[in-house]
Design a protein. Structure first.
Length: 526
């Protein structure tokens, strides 16, 4: 058995070695001389955000000033905690890391017993209606008795379980047999066929048990014998029911849709517990006073546009070096209390309810941008550390997927696509700067490309991402792999900070600028 399952000792050793490495390399003097603005971009990924916490701890241990933190989804929680617990541009991740080690799904409102109570309510409704029907039948002279109640109820329970667990597979055996009769070639899914046969046998056993146990006393039987027209009317009704099956089925389907949707909200879990937890973890006043420019991305569910919230007053933000003042004026909202925006940004679709803020329904910022690279650049970053939570190649098994897993995986794909778009834009601008710099014989950092009222500049990216898939799933907060994800994030970030240290020694960010006007045909993407 491992004596340190969460890797605390390994993390402590890695921290001591990294701090010694930074001291020996004279990192503090390099950071002081570096004239550029460092931006940190934090992405979404649910419980895998523990990796980001480890990365932020490496930034703290390197004492690397972080001027801008642009975040979305779980990154907004990590970034806000990092900025709120420090009074300088060097963030503090100690509380954040400890929080990831001790967090539980319940603390965030991930409580599945709610749906157990909903099932219990459904059972209560069914029992009430069933007993009311029996009372009505008795009033009409129909008496139902069971010779073997235990057999009947046990077989009913088994039949209910078969329907609940294997309903989509129940008709599969019929399709297989009908294709065989028609001699049509068709690959058979044997596990599915096996489940279908077993489930149908359980249902058949229930019907046999009920028929063997049921004893029906009714005056209606005498009525049917003495009044053949009644029998004819019943048969005619059955024929009409068969003829109108599709018509009736469509309306029954709509009725069931309303019944199923009635107890469901806009997410599986509400925001109350998560808001309460974040209120304790992220102090609002220190976050508002932090010199780190923190910007969080949310998605407006009505028009699909991104909305950016920041902790800094807009006039101060617009006065920072290299900031696109028009972007700040048009698209950024100053929110002294950022907690509602953070809750909205981290409201993973399907899992959590969106948040209403200033009359707008806001949800996870990852819907419109997994990596908030754009706001980081517009707020003046010359260097970007982009923290990703997916490895370069992702392999996901779909054998045991539910609709929740499919939804979360689809969101992951959307995040990755947004990332590629943002990175491609940055790379295209960097390519233009590098070509212009080569022609002039100057470093690309000194080039500014001007197109109308817009200016583009060279951005040096450093990517921090795991080589292998992280263990926890999106909702597996507090899972055993959390400590390993923190350690992995720390090591990967420490390696990239070391690369940046070498770059910062030789960087020419603070040299004179060369402004080049561009033709419209070479307009880089926005």
């Amino acid at each position: 058995m491992p004596t340190d399952p969460e890797g605390r000792a390994e993390l402590d050793a890695a921290r001591a070695a990294f701090r010694a490495e930074m001291t020996a390399a004279g990192a503090a003097a390099v950071w002081e001389r570096f004239a550029g603005r460092v931006g940190l971009v934090l992405s979404g990924g649910g419980a895998r955000g523990a990796y980001e916490a480890g990365a932020l701890l490496a930034f703290q241990d390197a004492a690397l000033p972080t001027h801008i933190v642009a975040a979305t989804s779980v990154g907004s929680i990590n970034g806000a905690t990092f900025a709120a617990n420090s009074s300088s541009c060097v963030g503090d991740a100690e509380q954040l890391v400890e929080g990831w080690r001790t967090i539980t799904p319940r603390a965030l409102g991930i409580e599945w017993t709610r749906y157990g109570w909903m099932v219990a309510g459904l059972i209560a409704v069914s029992a009430g209606i069933g007993n009311a029907v029996l009372l009505l039948a008795r009033a009409l002279g129909i008496e139902v008795q069971l010779h073997s109640p235990a057999v009947a109820w046990v077989s009913l329970a088994l039949a209910g379980a078969a329907v609940m667990l294997f309903y989509p597979q129940l008709p599969y055996w019929y399709f297989v047999v009908s294709r065989r009769i028609r001699r049509q070639a068709w690959p058979v899914d044997r596990p599915r066929l096996r489940n279908s046969i077993v489930a149908n046998l359980v249902l058949l056993g229930f019907l046999v048990a009920i028929v063997m146990s049921l004893h029906l006393h009714t005056t209606l039987r005498t009525l049917l014998v003495r009044s053949p027209p009644v029998v004819g009317a019943l048969l005619a009704g059955l024929l009409l029911l068969r003829r109108w099956q599709l018509f009736i089925q469509a309306r029954l389907s709509r009725l069931w849709e309303r019944l199923v949707r009635a107890p469901l909200g806009t997410g599986l879990f509400n925001n109350f517990d998560r808001m309460r937890f974040l209120r304790r973890s992220i102090p609002a006043a220190p976050l508002a006073a932090s010199p780190i420019r923190f910007v969080v991305t949310t998605t407006d569910l009505e028009d699909g546009s991104p909305t950016y919230f920041t902790n800094a007053p807009l006039d101060r933000l617009a006065a920072d070096p290299g900031v696109d003042a028009a972007f700040v004026t048009r698209e950024v909202v100053h929110q002294p209390d950022l907690l509602p925006a953070i809750v909205a940004s981290s409201a993973l679709p399907i899992a959590f309810e969106p948040m209403e803020l200033d009359g707008r329904l806001l949800s996870d910022g990852a819907i419109v941008g997994s990596q908030p690279i754009r706001p980081a650049i517009r707020l003046g970053a010359n260097v970007l550390f982009i923290v990703l939570l997916n490895p370069p190649r992702v392999s996901t098994r779909t054998d045991d997927f539910t609709f929740l897993d499919v939804g979360f995986r689809a969101l992951d794909i959307l995040m990755h696509q947004n990332l590629r778009t943002d990175l491609q834009t940055t790379q295209e601008v960097n390519g233009l700067c590098e070509r212009a710099a080569q022609e002039l014989g100057v470093p690309p950092e000194t080039i500014i490309l001007e197109l109308g009222h817009r200016r583009f500049r060279y951005i040096r990216p450093f990517t921090i991402r795991p080589a292998q898939a992280l263990g926890p799933g999106m909702l597996d907060f507090g899972a055993p792999g959390t400590g390993g994800a923190i350690l992995q994030g720390y090591r990967d970030a420490a390696a990239q900070i070391g690369v940046f240290l070498a770059y910062a020694r030789e960087s020419r960010v603070n040299t004179a600028r060369h402004v080049l006007r561009m033709a419209r045909s070479s307009d880089p993407p926005d």
